[in-house]
Design a protein around this ligand. Structure first.
Ligand SMILES: Nc1nc2c(ncn2[C@@H]2O[C@H](COP(=O)(O)OP(=O)(O)OP(=O)(O)O)[C@@H](O)[C@H]2O)c(=O)[nH]1
Ligand SMILES: [Mg+2]
Length: 370
């Protein structure tokens, strides 16, 4: 893979079905831009391609690929970022086409991009291990896919596989060993975590987990409620570990935890790799679903978060909706949102100004009594 600078010049492409509403397409592109910005990439071209069925070989199709290659040469692009999930064989084909065009650039799909951001932000040993595991699982099949390609080329129909095979076999074994090793290390870290959890259960503290879309203000809320000092940044996936603080609701002490944010199409491998971090969330007595009320796509993001919670089997835990960042709006559509999400006792707060936090504490206390 060609080496690229820390802040690579990037061409972005999103392949969407022709039926996708314009607003949704715009939202996807905006989010992709902020992901790339968070990574530190320099966006030079943005492309949207409408396609009913993705191309079997290259996902984006050979015509589009040629167009991209030409653009890449002209604009000196260093990475092509495809906002979709590609099959290993498709990644290989795109990569091959760019190499054939004598371009020294990398190709990332959505999982690659999210993984790269995760690696940049990981601080704890556990987060680093989880990312490593996800990367092994994501890259593995790609190497195998490449292997079978090479084997076919080397051996032909009915022929012997030759050198290609032993290389692939070696890579396979190496990756498998790495995966096992990383899993073991992770288990070790997870055991000490579940020890903490058992201790909490013994002292009878209830746990409340903050969940929500990335950048909604989860860490800010934890800080505002507990003075915990979690890392806050206007970036996606600023938090990759779990931070726990104590909160006095006025009636009782509870443990409040903040964790990794969710995003649309959060790749299943990532949910899997972050299992032990996310399990903390699944274990809670109450969830605070934090929502950025100033976000133009409030409802869509609520749906995405609910979707991930379902995947994590956490959709049955009692939940409060916390609309954050009210200071950002002149007029907060309280009545409308309250009516729409009545089942989740919506509250309106600002982690920055402190508005609404007292009411939120009372609500938490009330929920935990029953
Ligand atoms: N105006 C305003 N900005 C806020 C508020 N709460 C958080 N922010 C800003 O929103 C951005 C994201 O805040 P974080 O607390 O890091 O959000 P997060 O949900 O933890 O994000 P990830 O960990 O990246 O998923 C930061 O720039 C915060 O300063 C608020 O109540 N009002
Ligand atoms: Mg955070």
């Amino acid at each position: 893979m060609p080496k690229i600078p820390l802040k690579p010049r990037a061409i972005l492409i999103d392949v969407i079905p022709p039926t996708m509403p314009k607003a949704e397409a715009e939202r996807r592109l905006l989010e992709l831009e902020s992901l790339v910005g968070t990574y530190g990439g320099i966006i030079i071209v943005k492309l949207i391609q409408k396609k009913g069925v993705p191309d079997y070989r290259t996902y984006i199709g050979s015509g589009k690929l040629e167009e991209i290659a030409e653009l890449a040469r002209k604009e000196k692009a260093e990475v092509l970022i495809i906002n979709n999930l590609l099959k290993p064989g498709q990644m290989f084909k795109v990569d091959e086409a760019l190499r054939d065009a004598k371009l020294k650039m990398q190709v990332w799909d959505r999982v690659d991009l999210i993984l790269k951001i995760f690696s940049k932000h990981a601080k704890t040993a556990e987060a680093k291990l989880q990312i490593k595991l996800a990367a092994i699982r994501h890259m593995g099949p790609r190497i195998f896919g490449m292997g079978s390609e090479m084997m076919q080329q080397a051996g032909g129909i009915g022929g012997r596989a030759g050198a290609g095979e032993s290389n692939t076999e070696m890579m396979k074994r190496h990756l498998f060993q790495q995966e096992q090793h990383t899993k073991k290390e992770l288990d070790r870290v997870a055991v000490s975590r579940s020890g903490h959890r058992a201790h909490r259960d013994r002292v009878g503290l209830k746990t409340v987990s903050i969940v929500g879309y990335t950048n909604a203000g989860k860490s800010s809320l934890l800080n505002a409620l507990t003075k915990k000092g979690a890392y806050v940044a206007d970036a996606l996936f600023a938090t990759l570990d779990t931070r726990v603080g104590k909160l006095w609701t006025g009636e009782r002490e509870v443990l409040l935890s903040d964790t990794i944010g969710f995003i649309q199409d959060l790749p299943p491998q990532l949910i899997d790799a972050f299992r032990s971090t996310l399990d903390e969330t699944v274990d809670a007595d109450l969830l605070l679903h934090v929502i950025d009320v100033s976000d133009p796509y409030v409802n869509e993001k609520i749906v995405e978060v609910e979707e991930v919670l379902k995947q994590m089997k956490a959709d049955r835990i009692p939940k409060l909706y916390v609309f954050n960042k009210v200071d950002r709006l002149k007029r907060v559509p309280k009545a409308k949102l309250t009516k729409e999400y009545k089942a989740f006792s919506p509250t309106f707060v600002s982690a920055h100004t402190g508005v609404g936090l007292e009411e939120l504490k009372q609500l938490i206390a009330k929920q935990l009594v029953s």
